[in-house]
Design a binder for this molecule. Structure first.
Ligand SMILES: Nc1ncnc2c1ncn2[C@@H]1O[C@H](COP(=O)(O)OP(=O)(O)O)[C@@H](O)[C@H]1O
Ligand SMILES: [Mg+2]
Length: 350
């Protein structure tokens, strides 16, 4: 296996004040995650609003610095990248944001969004090369160049605008695309086409995609692996089918139960945990962050944050209900995400 593309190691992000300040928000709490470049997958990061998803994305993109821990890009500390290395990083890791409008200037034709990076990164040597590049990028995301180029942003639908931002990202031949809630501000009817365009980019250009969403439904449809976040921690990780069909963490079970799934004959999350011990969780404790809401909270849960346990091959949950299973070091949790374990194999890559 080659060197990881991006690596978060024990990353904590605290906003406002110091770690001990009352006003401080721990947006990310000791998160480790690795994205491999050689096994391009779509990995979803799912969690409710405020769980730290955008913070995770911003750290990965080098927009903000961790309070502690490190973010490495191909082995180099992102906060220390300068000059040519920074430029390379900016090209290699592309973002697709929640609001496609934020990228467009209403007074410029949409072409502008595509020509700026072409100039900035010198992607084309001639006008015809430039046109060719823009057209093929648009076609890859399912847009017709003659219906897109030459138009103003307001003349296109939200779905078309968002697909243009995907086209813009892929023109740069990135090594990773980070898409933070790319469909949450788009009409439901247009979501599928945008997600499809991400899937196409992933499959035809072999670009790994980190798909960040509060919507478990779209995550299920688009991704290979899934990572569930709760209040700044990763609570569950694994292959999407396994996690959705047999969620282990009580929080994931709650998330799945709250979703109206389209197929009523399918039973989601059949495995359910029983309340094991009548236990009243104190208001403040140094244990599991979900304990207060957890129907299965036990006295153990408030003693220390649960480490990830390997509930089944390729599937881990940070929950003491699985304390009888093998405990994983946090770094291994991300191994689960980045490598599709071949049938019956052990989860370790090396
Ligand atoms: N710039 C900021 N300053 C202070 N607090 C912030 C800032 N950005 C995010 N937060 C807080 O950090 C937590 C995680 O936020 P965020 O990463 O945006 O979550 P998500 O994207 O999952 O909704 C929230 O409690 C949010 O209020
Ligand atoms: Mg967010």
């Amino acid at each position: 296996m080659t060197e990881p593309l991006i690596e978060l190691r024990n990353v904590t992000k605290v906003y406002g004040g110091g770690v001990l300040s009352r006003e401080a928000t721990v947006a990310l709490d000791d998160v480790s995650l690795t994205v491999q470049g050689d096994t391009p997958q779509i990995v979803s990061v799912v969690g409710e609003s405020g769980s730290g998803k955008t913070t995770l994305a911003s750290l990965l993109m080098g927009f903000i610095a961790p309070t502690s821990g490190t973010v490495r890009y191909r082995g180099e500390d992102v906060s220390k990248l300068r000059g040519e290395h920074m430029r390379e990083f900016r090209r290699d890791v592309q973002a697709v944001f929640q609001d496609p409008f934020s990228v467009f200037n209403p007074f410029y034709k949409v072409d502008h969004v595509l020509t700026v990076p072409i100039h900035k990164f010198r992607l084309a040597r001639s006008k015809s090369e430039r046109t060719e590049l823009m057209e093929s990028a648009l076609e890859t995301v399912g847009l017709r160049p003659d219906e897109t180029l030459g138009r103003y942003p307001h003349q296109l639908s939200g779905g078309q605008r968002q697909r243009i931002t995907v086209a813009r990202a892929l023109m740069l031949r990135p090594r990773l695309i980070v898409a933070d809630e790319p469909v949450s501000m788009v009409d439901a009817s247009l979501r599928a086409t945008i997600l499809e365009s991400l899937r196409t980019v992933n499959q035809t250009l072999n670009v790994p995609i980190l798909y960040i969403t509060h919507d478990l439904g779209t995550a299920y449809h688009v991704s290979d692996h899934i990572l569930v976040m709760y209040r700044g921690t990763i609570v569950e990780a694994g292959e999407v089918e396994t996690v959705i069909n047999a969620p282990k963490h009580p929080y994931t079970q709650l998330l799945i139960d709250s979703i109206p799934w389209p197929d009523p004959t399918r039973r989601w999350g059949e495995e359910r945990v029983e309340r094991t011990e009548a236990f009243s969780v104190p208001d403040e404790h140094g244990g599991c962050r979900f304990a207060q809401r957890c129907p299965s909270a036990m006295s153990k849960c408030v003693t220390a944050p649960p480490p990830p346990f390997l509930s089944s091959p390729g599937h881990a949950a940070s929950c003491y209900l699985y304390a009888d299973r093998p405990e994983l070091p946090k770094e291994d949790l991300s191994t689960l995400l980045t490598l599709a374990p071949p049938e019956g194999s052990s989860i370790k890559a090396s």
